[in-house]
Write a protein that binds this ligand. Structure first.
Ligand code: UDP
Length: 313
């Protein structure tokens, strides 16, 4: 297969590229590098089956014949999408339609990276795919939440109107190597702070919850979904739910650090809890995560140690 991956230099995009190359596909990766990092693809420089193009998918383009389009282009960490609000809305609307046009033109399959943020600050717990969400359409996070919700609507419209073979994965919090230090997400912040001997910044009282999925588990779920016949959204995430304070504790144990917790203001509209109901993924894809938080943090340790060594130089 010849496959297009957008957002290929990002955390998830680059792991997806690696996985698809292992399966024998030929890959075209594109990224405008607004939040992605070419270093995530540096090990593929001499791979003849991988090509990279720096481009912004908000402008129409034709990659030539492709069999599949994975659309992973978007800022995804809260500080980054707050900084890049308009870009986030544009990539979730113009970028999504441009890549759907590619899938339509070349009769390719299509998978859109959607998000648990579609559920907003959820009033249903855990979140099933049939829950419509509780999103503030004008709050600070709306640039991301509404961009991803619009993207889902656009993808469904191309499926219903043009019969494009589309898929929607709602991705819950994911971590692992290549999660960019300094992009502001909780696991990268805590790991870097712990390894640099700094206090861990807990936002609010740390009682809010998240459910953390190790990247390899997530990619496996996505690859299975891409090959399925399901067009409606499917949650992929690890249902093991932790308070942010428990997450801080887990990072301290994984790193052996003695850092204190520093409690700072909770960002506006920070969801109070989040946990995927993965019954649909289990049934439809025979998928379930295998790697718990403790194990996943161990697997991420070497990467963050390298990054911390660079940061401390
Ligand atoms: N968080 C925190 N300290 C940090 C970064 C994040 O306590 O240094 C909290 C944040 O308020 C949120 C949770 O951790 O409740 C997850 O944040 P993240 O930015 O990783 O992703 P989100 O799930 O909010 O999109």
């Amino acid at each position: 297969m010849r496959v297009l991956v957008t957002g290929a230099a990002g955390f998830l995009g680059s792991h997806l590229v690696d996985r698809l190359l292992r399966e024998g596909d030929e890959l075209l990766g594109v990224d405008n590098l607004s939040t992605g990092d070419e270093e995530n693809l540096a090990h593929l420089k001499s791979d003849p089956r991988f090509h990279f193009e720096r481009r912004d998918i908000c402008h129409p383009f034709d990659p030539g014949p492709v069999d599949y389009v994975f659309n992973f282009a978007s800022p995804a960490s809260p500080p980054e999408y707050l900084r890049l609000g308009i870009e986030t809305l544009r990539v979730g609307s113009l970028g999504v339609e441009n890549t759907l046009q590619i899938a339509l033109r070349h009769h390719a399959g299509y998978l859109q990276a959607s998000t648990s943020e579609c559920y907003g600050d959820p009033l249903e717990h855990p979140q099933t795919e049939s829950y419509w969400g509780n999103v503030n359409p004008v709050g600070p996070r709306s640039v991301y939440d509404e961009s991803k919700r619009f993207a889902e609507a656009m993808v469904m419209a191309y499926q219903r109107t043009h019969g494009v073979n589309t898929h929607l994965v709602r991705i819950f919090n994911t971590y692992g190597p290549r999660l960019r230090p300094g992009d502001g997400r909780v696991i990268s912040n805590f790991m870097m702070q712990a390894l640099c001997g700094e206090p861990l910044t807990v936002y609010g009282d740390g009682s809010q919850t998240r459910s953390f999925c190790y990247v390899d588990d997530l990619i496996e779920g996505i690859v299975r979904l891409a090959r399925s016949d399901e067009h409606l959204p499917v949650n992929i995430g690890n249902p093991e739910e932790y308070t942010i304070r428990q997450c801080a504790q887990a990072v301290l144990e994984a790193t052996g650090a003695q850092s204190e917790l520093r409690f700072v203001d909770l960002p506006e509209d920070d969801p109070t809890r989040r946990q995927p109901d993965i019954a649909k993924a289990r049934e439809l894809l025979g998928w379930a995560p295998r790697i718990g938080l403790k194990d996943g943090l161990q697997r991420s340790l070497e990467y963050f140690q390298r990054k911390a060594a660079v940061a401390q130089r």
